[in-house]
Design a binder for this molecule. Structure first.
Ligand code: PGA
Length: 241
């Protein structure tokens, strides 16, 4: 694991965007694994700036998002599909055909999960996966559990996650209780991983991820076994390292 401690959120975002940009410049048909939440917003803004300054071209890039709430459609402004459109995709020259996000409205969940894994494999696997981290150590929506979930699957969201994500909804009752998420195996198959964290609320999760025992109770701890992980953290998130 490479731990990169930076001054603040802005620096974290710029460093992450630089890694993504260098991946796209070196391989224009890169397959990017993308994350949602507050953490990567600054990175997306920086990537849009780089695109506007003709530094990067997304025309051949393919993307796969980590997860989507189960029961929310594209048009729901709380869906991750909506988030991605508004925070990145509508601002860049990505081909819509190359965007992949689990379908939260699908009837046959098992078929959707199998098809998502198949599409990732057919694209040649994920070249670089961006991750945020939950206060409980989750990555994607792989919540603390007794075993590591393997591939894309339906998850029951943890109480802490529902509580933490309720800030985006009118009330906690509106937060979906299930989601479709890439599994730990899917994430671990990515060639490179960049995990971002900022703020004191993530300090415990980061300390356990980096120095703790590898355990499904802290899903991100499995990253200790990946050969190419960069963890970019601001001073506050790094305060317990
Ligand atoms: P956040 O979420 O970026 O909104 O803090 C991260 C996560 O839950 O993975």
């Amino acid at each position: 694991m490479r731990i990169i401690i930076v001054e603040n959120y802005e620096e974290m975002s710029k460093k992450a965007a630089a890694m993504m940009a260098s991946q796209i410049i070196l391989k224009p048909e890169s397959v990017l694994g993308l994350a949602t939440g507050d953490t990567p917003l600054g990175m997306y803004k920086e990537l849009i700036r780089m695109y506007n300054e003709n530094m990067i071209d997304f025309s051949k890039v393919k993307t796969f998002n980590l997860d989507e709430y189960y029961g929310l459609g594209k048009d729901s402004n709380q869906s991750y599909n909506y988030y991605m459109t508004n925070n990145l995709f509508k601002h860049i020259n990505i081909d819509k055909e190359n965007i992949n996000i689990p379908n939260g409205m699908v009837k046959n969940i098992e078929e959707e999960c199998i098809s998502y894994e198949k599409r990732i494999k057919e694209a040649g696997g994920i070249d670089i996966q961006v991750l945020g981290i939950g206060v409980n150590g989750h990555i994607g929506f792989n919540e603390p559990d007794v075993n590591f979930e393997a591939e894309t699957h339906l998850v029951n969201l943890d109480e802490k996650t529902i509580e933490s994500n309720s800030r985006f909804f009118k009330c906690i009752e509106e937060v979906p209780t299930k989601a479709i998420s890439m599994g730990i195996k899917t994430i671990m198959h990515s060639k490179k991983i960049v995990l971002l964290a900022n703020g004191a609320s993530k300090a415990d999760a980061i300390a356990k991820t980096v120095n703790g025992k590898i355990s499904p109770e802290v899903p991100a701890s499995i990253l200790q076994l990946h050969q190419d992980v960069a963890i970019i953290v601001d001073k506050e998130a790094a305060s317990k390292l």
